[in-house]
Each structure stands twice: as C-alpha cells, then as structure tokens.
Design a protein around this ligand. Structure first.
Ligand code: KG4
Ligand code: ZN
Length: 347
C-alpha cells in the first residue's frame, strides 16, 4: 500500500516467524540502536520446532524484548518512525503474535506499520550499512528456504530456481539428527566436520551440472542415512561421525556452488552475489561461494553472521526500505504462512 506519508524516527523491527523471538531498533541510515534476540530452547527436546510452544514463547517474551530495546536505544515508543514485523512466510501462531504486538504499538502511537515478508528481509539485509545497489543475485539458504533469486529492487524479485524437496538447512538438521547432534544440526555439524575427513565418503551431488538452478537434498540425506545405518553397532564413533559430517558438508558446498554458477548465467547483469539465511553462517559454504563468485568476476557479499540467521534488525531494515518508498500497510493485513517473494510488489 502506498501511503506517501513521510516517516521520521527509527524503526522497530519484530521477528517471530519461527523459533527466534527478536526485536531491534534501526535508524533510516542503517545504524542499529538496539537489538535483542532470544533463541527458544524449548524445542531441543522435540528435535524440531513445535509451533504451539513457539507461539506461546513469543507471546511470553516479545513485550519484554521490545521494552528492552527501547530502553537501550533511550527511546519511548512514540519516538519511533514506524513499526515493522515479519508477517510471513512462517509458523502462523508466531506470526500472529509478532504482527499483533507490532500493530498494537502502531495503533497506540499512530505510526506506520509495515508487514514485512521474512524472505524480503533476508534479501535486503546486505544493503544495511553498505552501498550495495540493485540488481544482485541472492542465494537464500535457511532451514525453510533454499532458492536463487534475482533481486531487481525493493519488492521486485524473480525466483530463478529453488529446492524440489528439502531446504538445505533442513538437510543439515536431519543429518545432524542422524549423527546424534543437538538441534538445530547446522552449527553442531559444522563444528564436528572440522575434526573430520571430507574425502572419506563420496556422497552424491544431486542435480550438479544440470541446467537451471534448482536444488535437491533428500537423496543426499538418504545416502548419509544409509552409510550411518550400515555401520556396525556402536561404530558411529565420534571420528566416523566427523568424517560423515565433513563429507556431507563438502557435498553440500559443492552443490550450492554449482547451482549458483548456473544462476549467475541466468542473471548476467548481476555483479554481486549475496548469500543470506542461516546456512550462510557455514564457513565451508562461504568458501565455495566465494570461489564461484571470484571465477565470474563477481563480489560475494555475506552479511555478518548474526544478521544471516533470523533476527529483527533485518526486519526493521526491510521496513525502512519500504517506508523510504512511501510504502506501509493497513492494520487489517493478515499474516501469511505461505508468502512467496514473487507475490510481493513495491506498490
Ligand atoms: O535463517 P534461519 O535462522 O531460519 C530460517 O528461516 O530457517 O536458518 C536456520 C537454519 C537451520 O537449518 C540451521 O541448522 C542452519 O540454518 N544453520 C547452519 C549453520 N548455522 C545455522 N547450517 C550449516 N552450518 C551452520 N554453521
Ligand atoms: Zn529466516
């Protein structure tokens, strides 16, 4: 919705689409005045996010986090220039909580509200505090998403390819579970892989070399499961698990690099490759991507680690990008569990 209404003052961002409860206050020129994030630990015992528990935890913690960031920034809520909240895609209970809190503040303080698409927030983070201009190629790799996107402008996205089964972060998490690692598996698997031999197991590289830039990870996960279950009882010693983790991570990095190389061919105008989402925290993945970018004369831009995983700074920033264009949303906008990037518009 176009409001044409100028905004003045820092923007509060709220993130609650999955299992991170977060609030942050960011100024229009990209200064982060305050940020607070709570990673819900309640889900570890279940080996995955339990939606109802997540929603209740967001409800319990969000008001405290908002108060904390306002205090840290030395601001009253009425000093804000706008309020932005992740409104999808994600778990609907959490989205309702986060957007409800944001709308309440917007209503009480008579400030513009921005319903932020969580994927757009990941996509635009690389512009925070940098002079990155459009267009650029985005590789979004998280627990729920795995896609190559041509970012032509705010609200202007073309999906070049995506996963036909699991998201890459999901594959990390499932393999982590197979190896008996704590949840979420990605960071734990990367730590374990550092002790292992990446050449020990020749796991498949699904879709490698195929035209286009779609992804597939379920076959790779199955191959890992077969190796793990084929080992004699008690043989999944730490050193074997480390070799499996390293070999798996290596296969993933190689596949991502291949798919991105194809995506770059589909978007020859892009000079910058941006990687975002939780898996962008992985050093082996980053190295492989930086190599591909280098071979093509492209620059790899990866936001700082804390901004790669889910956070509220990116939500506030996406709100700022929209508010700068005079875009805000009505308070009756509904959160959406599914909300593809291509369904966004800048007007
Ligand atoms: O972007 P994000 O915080 O949340 C989603 O929107 O999904 O991404 C979380 C995902 C999880 O699957 C997690 O295992 C993965 O990112 N991840 C990693 C690493 N850190 C987080 N995967 C591989 N290596 C890491 N260091
Ligand atoms: Zn995310």
């Amino acid at each position: 919705m176009q409001t044409g209404r100028p905004f003045a003052g820092p923007v509060l961002g709220i993130e609650s689409s999955c299992d991170e409860t977060a609030a942050a206050i960011v100024t229009a020129d990209g200064a982060v005045l305050a940020e607070a994030l709570l990673s819900q630990t309640e889900h570890a015992a279940f080996g995955g996010v339990v939606p109802e528990i997540a929603a209740r935890a967001h409800l319990a913690h969000l008001p405290g986090l908002v108060t904390r960031v306002a205090d840290t920034a030395g601001l009253a809520l009425r000093d804000l220039g706008g309020i932005a909240a992740s409104c999808g895609p994600g778990l609907i209970g959490g989205l309702i909580v986060g957007s409800g809190v944001a709308k309440g503040i917007a209503l009480a303080c008579n400030r513009p509200f921005v319903a932020v698409n969580h994927l757009e927030a990941h996509a635009l983070t690389a512009r925070l505090g940098t002079d990155l201009a459009f267009p650029y190629l985005l590789l979004l790799v998280s627990g729920g998403h795995c896609q190559c996107v041509a970012v032509d402008g705010v609200g202007r996205y073309r999906k070049l390819g995506g996963t036909i089964d699991d998201a890459v972060g999901e594959a990390f998490d499932k393999v982590g579970k197979l190896l008996g690692l704590s949840w979420p598996g990605g960071p734990a698997l990367e730590r374990l892989a550092a002790e292992g031999d990446a050449a020990r197991y020749a796991f498949p590289r699904p879709l490698k070399g195929r035209p286009g830039c779609d992804f597939s990870f379920s076959g790779l996960k199955t191959a890992v499961a077969q190796v793990a279950s084929g080992l004699p009882q008690g043989a999944l010693a730490r050193s074997v698990a480390a070799d499996i983790a390293a070999s798996f991570q290596h296969a993933v990095a190689e596949v991502l690099a291949d798919r991105v190389a194809h995506a770059a061919e589909m978007m020859p105008e892009a000079r910058v490759l941006v990687v975002a989402g939780g898996v962008a925290a992985n050093a082996t993945v980053r190295r492989a991507l930086s190599q591909v970018a280098g071979q093509r004369g492209m620059t790899l831009l990866a936001p700082p680690l804390r901004l790669c995983t889910d956070n509220a700074v990116m939500v506030a920033w996406a709100g700022i990008e929209r508010l700068r264009l005079g875009l805000a949303d009505k308070l009756d906008v509904a959160p959406r569990p599914r909300w593809p990037l291509e369904e966004l518009s800048a007007g």
